[in-house]
Design a protein around this ligand. Structure first.
Ligand code: PLP
Length: 390
């Protein structure tokens, strides 16, 4: 059975060009980049090139790039650094819809006495900019707002938010894990101080990430160790994955236009035709600016997990907006923050496409999904065929 992979916000396939670029570093080129001899020096030079490739997709300088192990480490490093350099400042501003890498850390910080403000979003996922402005105080050490939401693809106005923070002397971090490679980013004239990337979301392998730290930003390392990354992140470099991430950024920059034209058109057709064919369905965040590859659709009166199981029988991979917590299905914190009603939130599915998806795959999903929804609604005590709740 062929796999129809439409879960690229969860992780992506390693691009063949990326695999080819990294392979020598898993075999012949195993030298330590810190070693003094030529064998290590060659690896150090290749890491330097990868750093330039990553810097280039961000409009940043190579010295502003710190390689890490993942997006979560980058997020944690940014917040912890701000808390340690922010002297007595005890306040963090973030949003209600952040990834657990930020949300979970902030929950821990709250237990340690820090004050956390989570800015709400509206029904379409727009950030409440008035509340955001009001939340910034002299005690605020850092703002952390995601560039694009992993579940809905909704894009936050991070440039505008960063300017407001800078005006008040507050550090600004953005979790751009879902944005990099999908939409253009240029940090050159931006007020963003720190930004997180994760390799496995843009066709590099799992286990590598980046924290961008603007030149001049006060910084305190999270991982203390050797002098790697100019003393900002200890630990011998994950050479092969760093090379891979550099190549993946170079490829992503070249494919940005395709992502925003062909992939977006595929996403739009999938979304429009599913809504047309399935009554009582709705796009979450459909009224907001979104990533070109993501759609989050609620199919009312059924469970997302059940849809996933039946799609899996046809090899279709996507995600649901509910997670199993202690045996009961809970809608995600993102959909709850948006005020999506329970009957809608439970039956939500996220399709996230990539440059590797085709028209034929979209046709296949359009052929299989509507009958799955109809079948499941047949078992629902709340559904009657005219499309009204009982
Ligand atoms: N931030 C966002 C928005 C994400 O979607 C993810 C992964 O799903 C992460 C952070 C964490 O990245 P990683 O898996 O590399 O730790």
């Amino acid at each position: 059975m062929k796999t129809i992979y439409m879960d690229n916000n969860a992780t992506t396939k390693v691009a063949p060009e990326v695999l080819e670029a990294m392979q020598p570093f898993l075999s012949d080129l195993y030298g330590n980049p810190s070693s003094a001899y030529i064998f290590g020096g060659k690896v150090a030079r290749d890491i330097r090139e990868a750093r330039e490739q990553v810097a280039s997709i961000l409009g940043a300088s190579p010295e502003e790039i710190i390689f890490t192990s993942c997006g979560s480490e980058s997020d944690n490093t940014a917040i912890m650094s701000a808390m340690s350099t922010g002297k007595d400042k005890m306040h963090i501003v973030t949003s209600r819809v952040e990834h657990p890498a930020i949300k979970g850390l902030c929950n821990e910080m709250a237990k340690q006495g820090y004050r956390i403000t989570e800015i709400p979003v509206d029904r379409e996922g727009h950030l409440d900019m008035d509340q955001y402005k009001e939340s910034l105080t002299p005690d605020t050490a850092i703002v952390s707002l995601m560039w694009a939401n992993n579940e809905t693809g909704v894009i936050f106005p991070v440039e505008e938010a960063a300017l407001m923070a800078r005006d008040r002397g507050i550090l600004f971090h953005t979790d751009a894990v879902q944005a990099v490679g999908k939409i253009p980013i240029d940090l050159q004239n931006s007020a963003i101080d720190m930004l997180s990337i994760s390799g496995h979301k843009l066709h590099a392998p799992k286990g590598v990430g980046v924290l961008y730290v603007r030149k001049g930003t006060k910084f305190s390392p999270f991982l203390i160790g050797g002098h790697q990354e100019r003393g900002r992140r200890g630990g011998t470099e994950n050479t092969a994955s760093i090379i891979a991430l550099g190549k993946a950024c170079e490829l992503a920059a070249k494919r940005m236009e395709e992502e925003n034209t062909r992939v977006k058109a595929l996403r739009d057709r999938l979304e429009k035709d599913l809504l047309n064919r399935v009554p009582n369905s709705r796009v979450n965040g459909g009224g907001a600016e979104r990533l070109p590859n993501t759609t989050n659709i609620s199919f009312e009166y059924i469970e997302g997990e059940a849809i996933l199981l039946l799609m899996d029988e046809f090899g279709i991979c996507a995600s649901s907006g509910s997670a199993c917590t202690s045996g009961s299905l809970q809608p995600s914190h993102v959909l709850r923050a948006m005020g999506v009603p329970f009957t809608m939130a439970h039956g939500s599915i996220r399709f996230s496409l990539s440059v590797y998806n085709t028209e034929e795959e979209v046709d296949f999903v359009l052929d299989k999904v509507p009958p799955i929804i109809e079948k499941l609604r047949g078992f629902s005590p709340f559904w009657k065929p005219e499309g009204q709740a009982r």
